[in-house]
Design a binder for this molecule. Sequence first.
Ligand code: UDP
Ligand code: MG
Length: 315
Amino acid sequence: MKNLLSIVIPAYCEDRNIALIHKELTNVLKKIKTQYEIIFVDDGSKDDTWDEILKLYNQDKHIKGLRFTKNFGHQYALLAGMNYAKGQAVITLDADLQHPPEIITQLLQKWKEGFKIVNTQRIDNTKLSYFKKTSSTLFYKLFSFLSGVQLADGMADFRLLDRKVIDELLKFNEAGLFIRGLIQWSGFPSINIQYTPNTRQIGESKYDLTKMIRLALSAITSFSIIPLRLGIIIGIITSLLAFLELLFVIFTKMFSYDAVPGWASAVGVLSFLFGIMFILIGLLGEYIGQIFMQVQNRPKYIINETAGYDKEDKQ
Ligand code: UDP
Ligand code: MG
């Protein structure tokens, strides 16, 4: 539809945030005077998130809802929302009000200026936990270094995408989906807007450590094979060192009488090398796992219920 703006909101156990974000969004969107739809994607919540979405759906004709059968993950909830979005521009943001809806005006402004991707970049403030800040800075540095895809620090999934970018993105069929990386990789003209995140008022972060590690691993292994080459580099360095050590041993054996065989150091070196070997084997496992999932070619998510969609709309 022409001039339609789609807002996609993934939500996992956010029942107390749904009505709040809807209210804030509606305030902003009314002022913009554009046609819009708000698509809530319930990522298999265990609380009343879906009931809250249905409640809004019955009150407001702009609301649409998708409900997953189980928790498939934030990235797939975003993908599903983008799949159903009909707008010429699609804005994705979190359900927990950490992404201030007021920024939408600026996002649209930049889009009108011709940018196909309008990213937002979090200005790190004291409201964010030290762990979240440092782990994310480290991750972005490592990701950019390994993949060659430059991701600015503090870039979350709060952005505007033009229809063109969405259509391209939907053609990807990646097992380890890392939307941030793919969008940057696509090469469309983009710009970053800075914003100060709010603190999460209600509920706790749904990105626990396991989910963060899973996302980081699939981001890196789906974008770079450099970690695999690590094995070769470590192998060359260690064999070089071993060769030097051997020379040293022969030398001491030939020229001194007190060459005591030190088994403790030998065991130390051995266990160190074993450690490295296990890391490398684990790394191989990660890549093979990615290939395995890609080969299975399972659907990325399964939708259980919808609100505001007919069967024909199903993609
Ligand atoms: N989310 C989701 N599925 C998940 C985890 C999170 O859809 O498995 C949603 C969550 O409801 C929120 C957004 O993704 O709207 C970001 O999650 P959260 O705020 O918990 O992450 P943080 O801001 O702490 O990184
Ligand atoms: Mg959050």
